[in-house]
Design a protein around this ligand. Structure first.
Ligand code: SAH
Ligand code: SF4
Ligand code: F3S
Length: 471
């Protein structure tokens, strides 16, 4: 009988990609997925260390797993428990001490060796693997991704050399590594053969991508890679995330004008609207530089939807700094955003700062920021009512007879199809939808024939002079 595998994923899209690859690696070893942890022979938590809350969740889940394992043993079955991802990397040996229920602790760059770790754990060893070299993993994984999804993630770059003073990622994922372009293209072709119509290229600093060229000894930029992906027959949409403003170069901005498959959406975290705070964060750009990038993007692709990440309550943030963030939000009109209260992370420089902000101040600022951001998203969605948007349908909707998909701007769109069979038949296709209603988080519409793409009303066409993108 096949052994059963349950994976719980926390954190970013990169972890989602990694979990799928873990399932892949273990499938070769006879494990098939189950939706219930209680039935599993192997439970894996793929963890996130980015904020304290995320990391602490792991230990409360391990407490529950300890009970499940005891019950499984009562029924004569064993359950092995592995913890992977960024908490595993950050804590290593410490984790087996703090949570003796864990059999295997493995960092993000080691999971290609899971079958071997499982064998060793079965032999009674407490396995801890926290090497940080990225290359062996991707070389071992090869280019056969998991099958079946209409939209797929593809990690092209991992790690980070930027060392923002608040962030654990350089310590949990290691230094920047870009996969060779040929490996990425092979994986993308395999995904498309298996039904993907949209691929999101992933990296902690995806626009710093510089992978070995398919031939010769040069390197490809992300722009070059996107150009090659656009040549894959059947791949209709390409997205990439997460980008750093510092690496948003003229070529990539121009790709938003020149490559039709490149979606008019960009997640470009700014973190703060105060130059003083940006400098203390070691972000290496000013608000003026960020706004200039936004202008150039909108000149290249007038309807581009922008999203961002924000941290409030970074050490030393004054009311004036915070108001500068609100001003930047009002100036940019983001289509979507994620905002967080600063969380001091062990080992990062900002955690040592003496001017930490009280929790009550952080929560109050976060609430004020989120109110402004939510209004911005609502306005963006509302401006879509009355437009036709091409929707890539990727799943049946929540209600009977409904199909769900994504607009080019990454908004969730629901359409009533009459019955479930019609809804299922839509999955995998891109169809024009007349948008009839908008809410804070999604759009509703009806299928229409033909295709039309009037630009988003928020963005007036760029003046001729702004159409070529200066460096
Ligand atoms: N590489 C991306 C971000 C990866 S982490 C970038 O450079 O933008 C995702 C988001 O988590 C960050 O953009 C930041 O907004 C948030 N974040 C990271 N560390 C944090 C911390 N210590 N406290 C609160 N939020 C944090
Ligand atoms: Fe973290 Fe900064 Fe690197 Fe992003 S760029 S992963 S925020 S250190
Ligand atoms: Fe979290 Fe690691 Fe991603 S810390 S955000 S899972 S890179």
């Amino acid at each position: 009988m096949a052994k059963k595998l349950f994976i719980q994923t926390y954190g970013c899209q990169m972890n989602v990609y990694d979990s799928a690859r873990m399932a892949d690696v273990l499938a070769a070893d006879g494990y098939e997925p189950t939706a219930a942890a209680a039935d599993a022979d192997l439970v894996i938590l793929n963890t996130c260390h980015i904020r304290e809350k995320a990391a602490e969740k792991v230990y409360s889940t391990l407490g529950r797993l300890r009970r499940l394992r005891r019950e499984a043993r009562g029924r004569g079955r064993d359950m092995m428990i592995g913890v992977g991802g960024c908490v595993a990397q950050a804590e290593g040996e410490e984790m087996v001490r703090r949570a003796p229920v864990v059999d295997i602790v493995f960092g993000p760059q080691t999971y290609h060796r899971l079958p071997d770790m499982v064998v060793r754990a079965r032999g009674g060893e407490r396995v801890v693997e926290t090497d940080l070299a990225t290359r062996p993993k991707f070389d071992a994984l090869g280019a056969t991704p998991p099958a079946g999804a209409v939209t797929a993630f593809l990690s092209v770059q991992e790690g980070c050399d930027k060392f923002c003073t608040f962030c654990v990622v350089p310590y949990t994922r290691g230094t920047e590594y870009s996969r060779p372009a040929a490996q990425v293209l092979a994986e993308a072709r395999a995904l498309v053969r298996r039904g993907a119509r949209e691929i999101t290229l992933l990296g902690q600093n995806v626009n710093a991508y510089h992978g070995a060229a398919p031939e010769g000894d040069g390197v490809w930029s992300l722009t070059r890679l996107i150009g090659a992906l656009a040549g894959i027959e059947g791949l209709d949409r390409v997205r990439y995330t997460t980008s750093h403003p510092r690496d948003m170069d003229a070529g990539l901005i121009a790709a938003h004008r020149d490559v039709p498959q490149l979606a008019p959406y960009l997640h470009l975290p700014v973190q703060s609207g105060s130059d003083r705070i940006l400098a203390a964060m070691n972000r290496n750009y000013s608000t003026a530089e960020y706004l200039r990038i936004v202008d150039r993007l909108r000149a290249a692709r007038p309807d581009i939807a922008l999203s961002s990440d924000f941290i409030v309550g970074f050490p030393g943030e004054t009311e004036e700094d915070f108001e500068a963030t609100l001003a930047l939000v009002r100036a940019v009109d983001f289509a979507a955003a994620y905002s967080f209260a600063y969380s001091a992370r062990p080992g990062t420089p900002a955690a040592e700062a003496s001017d930490q902000i009280p929790d009550a101040v952080k929560s109050a600022r976060l609430q004020r920021l989120q109110d402004v951001l939510a209004a911005s998203t609502r306005a963006f969605n509302a401006a879509c009512v009355g437009r036709r948007l091409d929707v890539l349908f990727d799943k049946p909707g929540r209600h009977p007879g409904q199909a769900g998909g994504r607009s080019p701007y990454l908004q969730a769109v629901h359409v009533d199809c009459g019955d479930d069979a019609a809804a299922r038949a839509l999955v995998g296709s891109i169809r024009p939808v007349a948008i009839t209603a908008a809410s804070a988080n999604s759009l509703t519409g009806t299928l229409v024939s033909g295709s039309a793409h009037p630009p988003h009303p928020r963005s007036a066409p760029a003046p001729e002079s702004a159409r070529s993108v200066p460096a």
